[in-house]
Write a protein that binds this ligand. Sequence first.
Ligand code: KIV
Length: 277
Amino acid sequence: MRRTTIADFQTMKDEGRRIAMLTVYDYASALIAEQAGVPVILVGDSLGMVMQGRDTTLPVRVEDMIYHARMVRQGSHKALIVVDLPFLSYATEQDAVDAARRVMQEGGGQALKLEGGREIVPVVRRLTEMGVPVMGHLGLTPQSQHQIGLRAQAKQVEAARKLLDDARALEEAGAFGIVLEVIPAELAELVSRTLTIPTIGIGAGPGCDGQVQVWHDVLGLFEGKSPRHAHRFAEIGEQMVGALSHYVRQVEEGSFPTQAQSVSMKSDVLASLKAGE
Ligand code: KIV
């Protein structure tokens, strides 16, 4: 099967097929996502938190996005690969073109995701005119977290109207899709019905054209509470801890490795060795 294209992405909305998007950050995970049939991968700047252990996405650099996108590209042959442009890497049109060139040429991403509304329209227009597919991101935009906080957005009428206008402006500027993060489900549904391009929700209810989730959240990799918008479809972290403690125990008690994991020497070779020949 060939790789999902931007046209396929639009067709999914047009045909009423919901789109499952998932963050992926490395080669092995990309292979697994491919086996699971994930049609759209996001190399998200959330890698700052889940892969680098930082508190926010702000320290993530273009180089980090390239490094992770390259690994994902090696393991993924069917998914549409969208890569985040990190904090302030698209502050001007020229910055955006430079970052896009690097992420697409060196990282192998097919499309880019940028956070923001009307303020980034000139950048979105410039990139799309240059042949770069751009996905927007509205609502809770983590790159602005020091300004807007990490809470639900657009709950009041003025902010909701602004978000709807921003969504229309992004579509008009050429965006091929928009992520809606942690906004009221009713608003997300209204945006999804208003726009022609697909909306992808995270914490934005079931009325979006698709959903995106973070790898570590859906697989239950981290101990403790998950974000409210996430669902743990498995408890892989617990299984990993179980498997690794089993390994440690077996090494410590000498029950691993066995003959099955070892290479043998012929008895005459061993005898000569011992005899000092
Ligand atoms: O970086 C990311 O993982 C994201 C998703 C949460 C939408 O932007």
